[in-house]
Each structure stands twice: as C-alpha cells, then as structure tokens.
Design a protein around this ligand. Sequence first.
Ligand code: 5RP
Length: 223
Amino acid sequence: MTQDELKQAVAQAAVDYIAQHAPEGATIGVGTGSTANFFIDALVALKPRIGAAVASSEATRKRLEGHGFKVFDLNAVARMPIYVDGADEIDPGFAMIKGGGGALTREKIVAAVADTFVCICDASKQVDILGKFPLPLEVIPMARAQVERELIALGGKPVLREGFTTDNGNIILDVHGLSIGKPTELESALNQIVGIVTNGLFARRSADVLLLGTSDGVVTLTK
Ligand code: 5RP
C-alpha cells in the first residue's frame, strides 16, 4: 500500500469510529494535515448524521465548508465527543508531536474540548521516543531570539520555518536534536517560556484512541 492509501484507510476507519461512537447530530472536532484531509473527504458519507464540525485551522474550515458541513466557532461549543487528527510522531503512551502543518495551537485548543482524541496515522509515525521529528513551537515574532536562546540551553537546535505564518499571525520554530523521554515534563517546561504560544507536544492531553495504518490493515489501539 502507498502512504496515501494507508492515510485513506485510517481516514475511513475514523469515519466508522464516529458512526459507532458519536451520537446523532454530534459536533465533531477536525484536525489539520494530509491525513485529516482524507478524513474530511470520507466524512461526507456520514454528513446526514453530523450536526456540525469545529475546525483546527483555516485550511480545514475551508475544506469542511467546501463539502457543505456546518462549521461552528469553538466558543459556541461546550463539549464535543470526538476530535480526529493526525500526528507527526506518536509514542507508546500516545503522547504525540504535532504541528508539522503549523496548526498546533488551534489543534491543541480544539482537542482540549473533546472527550476522545482519535489519532489517525500510518505506522511510520509510531516511535519509541519522540524527537526525531523536529518539535514545532508557535512563537510570537518579537520573542524569536529569546526563545531560541532558551531552546539552545535545553539542548535543542531551533530553526525558523522560513516563509511561514500561522493562522494566528505568528512564526514557527522547529526544534531539532531533542530526545524526548519525558514528554509531559518537557511540555510543561516549554509552557513556562515566555513568547512560546504553544509547543507541539501533545502529552498532557495525549490521544485516547490510535487508528494505525499498517500493511496488514488498520489496527485500533486504545490507552
Ligand atoms: C498539523 C499537524 C498534522 O496532524 C501533522 O503534521 C500530520 O500531518 P499529515 O497527516 O499531513 O502527516 O499536526 O499541524
């Protein structure tokens, strides 16, 4: 199977998961990225059962609206049963690195409102220790140099994502060279650095369900 076929398979598995677990008319949280795009396309088959969606990026909002889904502002939604999103890496405890597409801040906020985080990815994203994929940080532009100094002190090599601005008007620093054995602790430490809006570690709010695309089919793993 190609990587796109694996992504399509996990996207369909997420739609099946929603059909089984979400109440009729539910609002569904929708992630960002190529796997999430396959999920949005596959969700069309379930549209009559979906009340609305909440988007984790402008790109996702446009794709959902293009398919005719109602998209709510998150402030209008107190809880949602399920949030579906991809990941750049996921470890055995279901902690993730996210933000390869630069949407980490809105992804983390929408995920915080969901009862169940369903991660969809292919087996290449499964790792024992997070950090081979550079850790994205969304940073206030004026804080860039100071945040870089803090990350170098932590042993990382921050690299500016050239020519990229987030949906919130900020920059992304991709931090190379971190081996993240204790993701919850590092996420909390990064949360303390002024100028970082959001770090791409999803450990405090990790995934609950992993739909993993393998050459033998989609495997469902739960925490
Ligand atoms: C975007 C993300 C994506 O979920 C992550 O980058 C995975 O993307 P893809 O499905 O394209 O591999 O965090 O900010």
